[in-house]
Ligand binder design. Structure first.
Ligand code: GRF
Length: 246
């Protein structure tokens, strides 16, 4: 492995060879929670394939047995399971079962990918700054389950997706990455959702990579500061859409 250090001003380039004995960096272990299709899950699975991607999917948990994402996980040889929320009388008990499973698989980062359950404040506290979500709007606009339809109804000309840390309040929490798309006059909920999904499939893996690389920090105000190498990629980049999944 060769690390390149650039010294600005002097324009000098130094190369430092790390020692052969250096142990490979441990990958960030992801626990992906789903309820349905799992398009984002598939994008994350694909992103994790290259050996140098700094994260791996350790386990996939669905609260619904019919979630297609479970098939995607099984096809990729990833441990997958159902924890059916209807089997639990209280939300706390369901969340406790979830926590136990994520801990058993030594999960470092919980990734909500179309997971349609509200999590209790206790669970969110346990995974504070270790749990992220993706939402199909430019938060704080259009929170909730109908974000794309609400954006269309409001007549906004730009919308997109947001990756954020999870806090007890729904669709809130420090914003890590946002990506934008225009809204066209002829857009339907379906056509706009499709473009937003393409953005999601590029930018969710990007956010995970940034976190795994240690490139995401919270400042004193609780605002995410991105390492400069991620700044532009994570805030512009409608051109991305490399990992499109249907
Ligand atoms: C995505 O649009 C995501 O923003 C929202 O739920 C949807 C999940 O889609 N939270 P998929 O299951 O990942 O295909």
């Amino acid at each position: 492995m060769v690390n390149c250090l650039y010294e600005s001003g002097l324009g000098q380039r130094r190369e430092r060879h790390s020692q052969m004995s250096e142990t490979p960096r441990k990958k960030l272990r992801l626990g992906v929670l789903i309820s349905g299709n799992g398009g984002n899950l598939q994008a994350i699975i694909n992103a994790c394939l290259p050996a140098d991607f700094p994260a791996e999917v350790a386990v996939v948990v669905s609260n619904r047995a019919d979630a297609y994402g479970l098939v995607r996980a099984a096809n990729a040889g990833i441990p997958e399971m159902v924890i059916d929320h209807r089997q639990y009388a209280k939300r706390e008990a369901f969340d406790a079962a979830l926590h136990e499973k994520l801990s058993e698989y030594e999960v470092d980062l919980v990734v909500l990918a179309g997971f349609m359950r509200l999590l209790t404040p206790g669970f969110v506290e346990q995974w504070q700054q270790k749990m992220i979500n993706i939402h199909p709007s430019l938060l704080p606009s259009f929170k909730g389950a109908n974000a794309v339809a609400d954006a269309l109804a409001a007549g906004v000309k730009i919308t997109g997706c947001t990756v954020h840390y999870v806090v007890p309040e729904m669709d809130a929490g420090p914003i890590i990455v946002q990506a934008a798309t225009p809204v066209f006059y002829h857009d339907t909920e379906e056509s706009l959702s499709e473009r937003i999904h393409q953005l999601e499939h590029t930018f969710y893996p990007l956010a995970i990579r940034a976190i795994a690389d240690g490139g995401v920090k919270l400042d004193k105000r609780g605002i995410v500061q991105l390492q400069s190498s991620y700044d532009l990629k994570a805030t512009h980049g409608v051109e991305g859409a490399a990992h499109t999944v249907h």
